[in-house]
Design a binder for this molecule. Structure first.
Ligand code: NAP
Length: 487
């Protein structure tokens, strides 16, 4: 039977992280009353629940890495620590009363579209159904373990950084870290003064933008509390720098990109004193091709006497440590794998079966194909937040999720008002979008020759190749001619 009122439409949100919380709030405000959030873990928070490694923070300023509808006057730092960000999401969920919608320890293992509705199955066999499904499953949540011989043989504590083992003693121990992404670069300064030695196994050096992380004073926080306008001004200040400066550099503004490279090189030059070390830390690819590191702490930390930057490739892992290709055994007590995430899994391994029996594996056999990052042909009323080709390397992710939600809400309005039962993107419109993406991607920094998690299995960046204005315009209102209205 065709649904005809707001109250009848049920919304299943998968994931209680940053975007899932926003989805529940925004759908609630729109008048939806039947909303459930299925969360595989036992509490909310997504990235900020899963990552607890020493030094965890966000490289987007906290006043910008906040929901636009819920500014936080009490951020402690320009880049506040991870635990504070987790607490922020918990407090927002409480304040907007969406925690009661969350069902924890409920991993959705399959979603099948049948008779106009989605039928979800949980890992424990529970089955339920919903009219609308929002995959708020995040991108960086499935750890990527390195394929290194002997990894099981290590006798000490060994773990992926997103599964940090807080029972492993670090103080006065020999610690190794494999990888030099944003994660490792935060851990090194956080633990260097505690450990006996730290060996950082670097495959590729990073571009490091030297930026301080000052604490907000009591007086500043009081001012933010007293003046929402002041906070808004700060949000706008940082949004401009990210969206219109950095966001332009990555899509091909050479003037800004060159300036970023210049500042990073000056940072290296001024802060690393040994010429051999400087050489090892100098990248040979274009700045910001990989995610830029924001830190004024990494260079001082890696120059401490107990820090060792190991640039010889790893041969294997043994009981006592890591052996590099020159035959050296780097003896370790603890080994942290800062080797990143399976960034292209999205909602998988969840089984997704849409119209005509189309599976996600079939739909995404060639590439993770979406229409405007949000929807997939033959997957009616199924929407992804921060999906493939979202601006993950350009603009702050909270802002991206908020804009995508505003678009999705408009997109399902015909369903809500009973004009149709479901919406799905037209295949031709999706293919056109994909072609436009591919063409525009040519001039971007991610195509300049480095490897990064932005690239898919075909070596094509799964990012947003346009500027912020284009994103705003695209997300401002759906063009319904791009969609199929399913009766
Ligand atoms: P990542 O950027 O994917 O870095 C993984 C690192 O592991 C790279 O240095 C990579 O080397 C290395 N690696 C992978 N496999 C290896 C192997 N088999 N042998 C040796 N080295 C290996 O992962 P991440 O540092 O966890 O960061 C992922 C993303 O999370 C970031 O880009 C960022 O978007 C987000 N993040 C953000 C923050 C924040 O402050 N907001 C903090 C942490 C993470 P190659 O470079 O040579 O491939």
């Amino acid at each position: 039977m065709q649904k005809s009122s707001t109250h009848d439409l049920s919304v299943a949100i998968i994931g209680a992280g940053m975007s899932g919380i926003a989805a529940a709030i925004k759908f609630g405000e729109q008048g939806y009353r039947d909303i459930v959030i299925f969360e595989k873990a036992d509490r909310l928070g997504g990235t900020w629940r899963e990552n607890t490694y020493p030094g965890l923070s966000c490289d987007v300023p906290s006043h910008l890495y906040s929901y636009a509808f819920e500014p936080n006057p009490n951020w402690s730092h320009l880049f506040s620590p991870g635990a504070e960000i987790q607490a922020y999401f918990e407090s927002v969920a409480k304040k907007y009363d969406v925690e009661r919608l969350m069902r924890f320890n409920k991993e959705v293992t399959s979603a099948e579209f049948e008779n106009g509705r989605w039928h979800l199955t949980m890992h424990d066999g529970e089955r339920t159904s919903a009219d609308i499904v929002i995959a708020a499953t995040g991108i960086l949540h499935q750890p990527a373990y390195p394929d290194i011989d002997g990894i099981e043989d290590f006798a000490g504590a060994s773990f992926h950084t997103a599964r940090w083992d807080h029972s492993a003693a670090l103080d006065n121990h020999r610690v190794g870290i494999i990888g030099t992404g944003s994660t490792a670069m935060q851990i090194v300064p956080a633990i260097i003064d505690r450990v006996a030695s730290l060996s950082l196994f670097q495959r590729t050096p990073q571009w490091v933008f030297g930026i301080e992380n000052p604490a907000y004073t009591e007086a500043e926080r009081a001012e933010f509390n007293a003046s929402p306008a002041k906070m808004k001004a700060l949000y706008d200040h940082w949004a401009y720098r990210f969206n219109y400066r950095f966001g332009r550099a990555v899509i091909g503004d050479k003037v800004i990109a060159d300036r970023i490279a210049e500042l990073c090189l000056a940072n290296l030059d001024e802060n690393v004193h040994d010429s051999e070390l400087k050489k090892k830390l100098t990248p040979n690819y274009v700045a910001a091709c990989k995610r830029l590191i924001m830190s004024d702490e990494f260079y001082p930390a890696i120059q401490k006497p107990n820090a060792h930057l190991v640039t010889t490739a790893v041969e294997q892992i043994e009981k006592d440590g890591v052996r590099t290709k020159d035959g050296t055994l780097h003896k370790l007590d603890v080994l942290a794998l800062a080797t990143g995430f399976k960034a292209h899994a999205f909602m998988r391994p969840m089984r997704l079966v849409g119209r005509h029996g189309t599976t996600l594996e079939q739909a995404w056999a060639a590439t993770n194909m979406t229409h405007r990052s949000i929807s997939i042909p033959d997957m009616p009323n199924f929407f992804i937040l921060i999906g493939p080709n979202s601006p993950v390397g350009n603009f702050p992710l909270i802002l991206v999720a908020e804009r995508q939600l505003d678009y999705i809400k408009q997109l399902i309005e015909p369903v809500r008002t009973g004009q149709c039962r479901a919406v799905a993107p037209q295949r031709a419109a999706t293919e056109q979008f994909q072609q436009d993406v591919r063409e525009a991607m040519q001039g971007t920094i991610w195509m300049s020759g480095c490897s990064s998690w932005y690239l898919d299995k075909n070596g094509i960046p799964v990012t947003w190749p346009w500027d912020f204005d284009r994103f705003e315009a695209d997300m401002s209102a759906p063009d319904f001619s791009e969609y199929e209205m399913i009766a």
